[in-house]
Design a protein around this ligand. Structure first.
Ligand code: HEC
Length: 132
């Protein structure tokens, strides 16, 4: 009987240790990620809205970035770094959804907010280099 209790003690101590170890590194990673998703005062209103409304899929290695990298190649996954996005295209994808991206409703982002996001994403696009 005594031996059995001792064994249970060891097993639960080991279990707790593994759980703590498992939590340690993702927690650090998550806080770095959460920090990238925090709107900053220095951001333009469009960038801050983008960070808040689209960032959890489109900033850093999240579903949007990964799905777009699969389609467009490594390095082309982050919307904010693209140079071929037209504002009207961004608005229509956001309202209609696209494959695994859900449609963004007017409750999620008003027309005015979405326009600011789209203008931010299209800021580096020259008229001749438009994604269709
Ligand atoms: C729930 C996750 C999610 C959210 C939130 C999200 N997206 Fe997406 N988005 C995706 C995924 C996944 C794709 C890739 C679709 C595919 O090609 O399979 C995508 C694709 C796109 C594309 C297409 C890019 C191209 O080159 O064709 C645009 C533009 C876009 N998203 C804009 C936005 C904007 C603007 C917002 C915020 C208002 C937003 N997304 C919010 C997941 C998301």
């Amino acid at each position: 009987m005594k031996l059995r209790h001792w064994h249970l003690g060891i097993i639960s101590a080991l279990g707790l240790g593994t759980m703590l170890a498992a939590c340690g590194s993702p927690a650090r990673h998550d806080s770095a990620k959460a920090n990238a998703l925090e709107p900053k005062l220095a951001m333009s209103p469009g960038e801050a809205l983008y960070t808040r409304k689209c960032g959890f899929c489109h900033i850093a290695k999240n579903t949007g970035t990964m799905m777009l990298e699969r389609r467009l190649g490594a390095g082309n996954g982050e919307l904010a770094k693209r140079t071929d996005l037209e504002a009207d295209y961004v608005v229509s994808v956001a309202r209609a959804g696209l494959m695994s991206m859900p449609a963004i409703s007017r409750v999620d982002a008003t027309d005015d907010e979405l326009r600011q996001i789209a203008d931010y994403l299209a800021r580096n696009t020259k008229p001749q280099a438009v994604a269709r």
